[in-house]
Design a binder for this molecule. Structure first.
Ligand SMILES: Nc1ncnc2c1ncn2[C@@H]1O[C@H](COP(=O)(O)OP(=O)(O)OP(=O)(O)O)[C@@H](O)[C@H]1O
Ligand SMILES: [Mg+2]
Length: 404
């Protein structure tokens, strides 16, 4: 068993493109780290450097206590699982799983033992004699996992292994991979652009943007305490609502002007973030997660001065919650980060980050999650209660969270 350490690792491709910049990661022995970020941010490049499939331009890579920068892939004791599983069509499942061991001339009975163990773990036992053409997508993916497992490597490297599967199967395989990883306790780096996989699968999540690591930590911590606007907008579905707001300080009372709405912030907000005083009279980016809003009719004792008057423009009943859209007459936050997020949402087919319908308008779409007991209707004028203690504040210039 071994951890993986990247120390100021850089990748500059031959054409001069700097795909990974000063990447520092310290992945503990047995840890499951998810590397996430929009398309082109350098995830696969980083993973391929760990695998030895791509040269490291500068920096140090350690697996266990060995520096492996110049070691060939086969000497690194890693096993990779890719998006395309590339099974051999003329071999059975058992032969496919065993292939890597056979070419290493492992004794037959040891091969049989390992194949059996992997097959049991992945519930492939009844399928061992089948050929890949007679397997479902999920079963093929499991065979690919099996091939990696029998190698008994120090490190698993997985690059979007589930992206070819349909949504339902992805949910199931997500749980299976996480379970297998826990059982084997093998250090794993898992690349995805799917923030739900990032939230649910790993011990920690590392988010990259344009080759630069933005934040790394426990998924819930990153969700609750995003370091900047990019992280806030990327982690979470629907994405965090964000709008430009102005802060006013009356003694120790903070008021947030969000378009025509004025929210009195809970006293705990300023106590926790004294630096907000510096923003009095200035603009900042205010963030609000959908679950931190509720239909005011369901919260009888909700403070009168923490409400947004809204007209609903779309209601999505998900059963467990009502997803309620409305427009806020506050300007959207438009930075390089929000543009990148909107671009990424388009390619990933996700709901776009809260943004203006047109750049000229000063309206921002907000998305709230109400309890299904709310009988809110489309086009209805309602009041939305905001849990101001759970609001997020960012410097609109740097994008950095204001939290001390
Ligand atoms: N051989 C190469 N030469 C030059 N640039 C490259 C090369 N391979 C990748 N790149 C560029 O490096 C950047 C990072 O690519 P990479 O494949 O690591 O992204 P990714 O985060 O894995 O994206 P995706 O989610 O689309 O798989 C991209 O802008 C890509 O165009
Ligand atoms: Mg990739």
């Amino acid at each position: 068993m071994a951890g993986v350490v990247l120390d100021k690792v850089n990748k500059q491709y031959d054409n001069g493109f700097h795909a990974v910049r000063d990447l520092d990661l310290d992945i503990a022995d047995g840890e499951f780290l998810v590397l996430v970020g929009p398309s082109g941010c350098g995830k696969s490049t980083a993973l391929r450097m760990v695998a030895g499939l791509e040269d490291i331009s500068s920096g140090v890579l350690r697996i266990g206590d060995r520096v492996v920068n110049t070691l060939s892939p086969k000497d690194r004791d890693i096993a990779m699982v890719f998006q395309s599983y590339a099974l051999y069509p003329h071999m059975t499942v058992a032969q496919n799983i065993a292939y890597g061991l056979r070419i290493r001339r492992m004794p037959k009975d040891e091969i049989a033992r390992r194949v059996q163990r992997a097959a049991t773990m992945l519930e492939l036992g009844p399928l061992l004699d089948r050929r890949p053409s007679r397997l479902s997508g999920g079963q093929r993916q499991r065979v690919a996992m099996g091939r990696a497992i029998v190698r008994d490597p120090q490190v698993f490297l997985m690059d979007e292994p589930l992206s070819n599967l349909d949504a339902k199967l992805r949910v199931q395989m997500r749980a299976e991979i996480a379970t297998v990883q826990q059982d084997l306790n093998v250090t794993t780096i898992y690349v995805t652009h799917d923030q739900v996989e990032a939230m649910t699968m790993g011990d920690r999540v590392a988010l990259m943007k344009n080759g630069v690591l933005q934040q790394v930590g426990n998924p819930q911590h990153v969700y609750d305490h995003p370091d900047n606007i990019f992280v806030a907008g990327f982690i979470g579905s629907p994405p965090m609502n964000m709008a430009l707001a102005t802060l006013a300080l009356d003694g120790d009372d903070l008021h947030l002007h969000l378009g025509s709405t004025v929210l009195r912030l809970h006293p705990g907000v300023l106590a926790a973030r004294p630096r907000l005083r510096e923003y009095a009279g200035r603009e900042l980016a205010a963030g609000l997660r959908s679950e931190d809003m509720e239909d005011a009719r369901l919260v009888p004792d909700a403070p009168r001065d923490a409400r947004i008057a809204a007209t609903t423009t779309l209601i999505e009943a998900l059963g467990s919650q009502l997803v309620v859209h409305f427009n806020l007459d506050a300007p959207p936050v438009v930075t390089e980060d929000t543009r990148l997020l909107a671009e990424d949402a388009k390619t990933a087919d996700l709901p776009a980050a809260a943004s203006a319908s047109s750049p000229a308008s000063a309206a921002t779409r907000f998305v709230a999650a109400f309890a299904p007991r709310s009988r809110v209707r489309l086009g209805e004028h309602i009041e939305v209660v905001v849990d101001t203690k759970r609001m997020h504040f960012f410097d609109p210039e740097t994008g950095a969270a204001i939290r001390d």
